[in-house]
Design a protein around this ligand. Sequence first.
Ligand code: NI
Length: 166
Amino acid sequence: MHILTYPDPVLYRQASPVDRIGPAERKLCDQMLETLYQARGVGLAAPQVGVSVRIAVIDLNTPEIGRDPLVLINPVITRREGEILWDEGCLSCPGFRTEMKRSGEVWVRARNQEGREIEISGRNLLAVVIQHELDHFEGKLLVDQAGRLRKSLYLRKLKKMQREKS
Ligand code: NI
């Protein structure tokens, strides 16, 4: 699947909850995971592939554990603890990074690809990725959450990248 990038309007929409988890939804999850691996990312939200629904796929793919896909459908954070600063990027904002303040640990209730209700918790990178993907459901993009200076520097960089492409 093609990953939409800033400033595509789909990225700014409120994503709808998924009310039925059937073959089409399962296929979307599989395609999103495939796209995530191809892009070598750690998380991807459905709005980033142009589908404005509350599905996120995550895989930290650490050397110790390897591939360990996590599918979150309609995820809700039920508890947060602590605070952490993390240098984040986003597949929809290529070439952009910024430090974000996030909760250090989060507890999440969601459905998985089979439609079963699951409860998970994550800390550090996993907590950061979960919060980042949930922001996508609210139409919140990393570039807009950074300071004004960082954003204007990125816009200049984007223009330069576009000029070099054409
Ligand atoms: Ni992102």
